[in-house]
Design a binder for this molecule. Structure first.
Ligand code: NAI
Ligand code: 15L
Length: 265
């Protein structure tokens, strides 16, 4: 069990789904964000922090022996916003980890690192990156930072390419990309409990009937997702029109992100 787990992005949508279910992973939780997090799990501490502020991130990481890094820009946005939160922010986090004992890091990467693969392709954990925008590029960068700190300093990171982590899948694409919150929690558990982590890519996806991603390259973690989007297939079919096969949303793994314009700052 960890002594103190830091959760960045603690006010965000994903953190709100799971932050009450991580009490068994660490004796204490330190939650951080630039936004107000609302109700905290019992005993958790909230520390406001902008990831772009190197000194604040250094103080935030000090005293933590594990980091669940969810903070940052999570959609396609202008380069300056991505630069501050996702590029400078990740640099600040890894520098702080280097100074403070190399706490193991769960890095929330994204399927948008490989958004420009076609949906009929099945990818291993070693597939070359094909990012679908500046957001995807920022996650490619974060993975590169993690690998450099692993090879240079032994810093362990789980580079988790999350599909779509929401309470339920919201459209046809998400029937393939959905990660159930419970599976996110069990993956977090494995990442921090595994005797040896290294710096693997892990597809953050549940045991859905349709799958584009093969996790056998991360088999040493022993993580088995339990839920499947199949339980929501009829609900999605009734509520959401199926896109035409020629619609980019039905062609590319990154879905609508592949069609996002460059947003000028
Ligand atoms: P979100 O956008 O709801 O939450 C991100 C949080 O980061 C927000 O609360 C925001 O205030 C905070 N943040 C933004 N800039 C910051 C800064 N400069 N300093 C400190 N905090 C800052 O995103 P969500 O859905 O909760 O995702 C969490 C992480 O997982 C993100 O890194 C995202 O890229 C990644 N991810 C999420 C997926 C999903 O399905 N929810 C899929 C793939 C990746
Ligand atoms: C992501 O990386 C986003 O953060 C999230 O909001 C979802 O859109 C997800 O990917 C997705 O591809 O569904």
């Amino acid at each position: 069990m960890l002594n103190r787990l830091l959760i960045t992005g603690a006010a965000g949508g994903l953190a709100r789904l799971i932050r009450g279910d991580l009490g068994h992973i660490a004796t204490s939780l330190r939650l951080s964000d630039i936004a107000e997090p609302g109700d905290l799990p019992a005993g958790a501490q909230f520390v406001p922090c902008d990831l772009a502020d190197a000194g604040a991130v250094d103080a935030l990481v000090k005293g933590c022996d594990g980091i669940l890094h969810l903070g940052g820009i999570s959609t396609e946005q202008g380069f300056d916003a991505i630069l501050n939160a996702n590029l400078i922010g990740v640099r600040n986090l890894y520098e702080a980890a280097r100074r403070h004992g190399h706490p193991r890091i769960f890095l929330a990467s994204s399927n948008h690192v490989v958004g420009f693969y076609r949906q009929e392709e099945r990818l291993g954990t070693d597939a070359p990156h094909k990012p679908d925008g500046w957001y995807g590029i920022s996650k490619s960068y974060a993975e590169a930072v993690a690998l450099m700190y692993f090879h240079k300093f032994g810093q362990e990171t789980a580079m988790v390419r999350i599909g779509s982590c929401f309470a339920e899948p919201r459209d046809h694409r998400m029937l393939a990309t959905w990660l159930a919150p419970e599976d996110f929690v069990s993956l977090t558990d494995r990442v921090f409990a595994a005797p040896r982590l290294g710096c693997p890519v892990i597809w953050g996806v549940s045991a859905n009937d349709v799958s584009w991603w093969d996790n056998s390259g991360a088999g040493h973690l022993g993580w088995t997702p339990r839920r499947s989007s199949a339980e929501f297939a009829a609900k999605v079919a009734a509520a959401v029109p199926r896109p035409a096969p020629t619609d980019p949303v039905a062609i590319w793994q990154g879905g609508a992100f592949t069609q996002a314009p460059i947003i000028e700052d």
